[in-house]
Ligand binder design. Structure first.
Ligand SMILES: Cc1cc2nc3c(=O)[nH]c(=O)nc-3n(C[C@H](O)[C@H](O)[C@H](O)COP(=O)(O)O)c2cc1C
Length: 185
């Protein structure tokens, strides 16, 4: 049986909804769902596939999740998939997150099976301007307002369904590659 671990960080609950949706589809395969600070070293080293998830914080991966991936042992042979939620309706505010994923994948020579992303409601209104000062352009003055209104209510039911489909897609990919490896197809 393929050993799957889903590791996520979620501060205000948006990413947790996606994590639970993905887990609901992978649970019957024995997948375990863990918050970043709950996962054990042996759960990580035993895994065949790790699905990571978090919000975007200041255009990148939050320190809590980074500290886990920095501890990944060398020569690990995982298949990896990733999910994240973000609030700012401008790709400039999450492009760096995906670059950071790619850096991790390249560093450990891992196989990335897919990335799922969706909007998440910005629930800490007092922080929105702090995040936006990363970009000092007068054109972006309305971005704070748009962030709060456009992210409201996300992830919604359709994004939860998309996350479940994503889970099934990565499962098909990992089953396909492991059958190929053992010569069953
Ligand atoms: C400190 C902080 C920094 C954030 N930085 C970004 C950012 O750079 N880009 C973005 O699109 N959203 C940013 N957000 C919004 C979160 O990524 C978004 O609300 C996410 O859905 C929260 O997920 P959670 O509920 O699982 O914590 C930030 C939120 C906080 C609180």
């Amino acid at each position: 049986m393929i050993k799957i671990v889903i590791i996520y960080h979620s501060k205000t609950g948006n990413t947790e909804k996606i994590a639970k949706a993905i887990h609901s589809e992978l649970e019957r395969e024995g997948a375990i769902l863990k918050k970043v600070d709950e996962v054990t070293v042996s759960e990580l080293t035993d895994a065949d596939m790790v699905v990571f998830g978090s919000p975007v914080h200041f255009k990148s991966i939050p320190i809590k999740l980074l500290s886990v991936i920095k501890k990944v042992p060398d020569r690990i042979q995982w298949k990896v998939a990733w999910f994240y939620t973000f609030s700012i309706p401008d790709p400039d505010f999450h492009a760096g997150y995906e670059k950071r994923i790619q850096k991790f994948i390249d560093e450990y020579k891992l196989e990335l099976l897919g990335i799922f992303k969706c909007l998440g409601e910005f629930k800490e209104e007092q922080l929105v301007n702090k995040v936006l000062t990363l970009r000092l352009s007068s054109k972006q003055q309305d971005l704070g307002e748009r962030t709060l209104t456009e992210s409201k209510g996300h992830p919604d039911d359709s994004e939860i369904e998309q996350a479940k489909r994503f889970a099934l897609e990565i499962l098909r990919k990992i089953q396909f590659t492991s059958h190929k490896k053992y010569g069953q197809i």
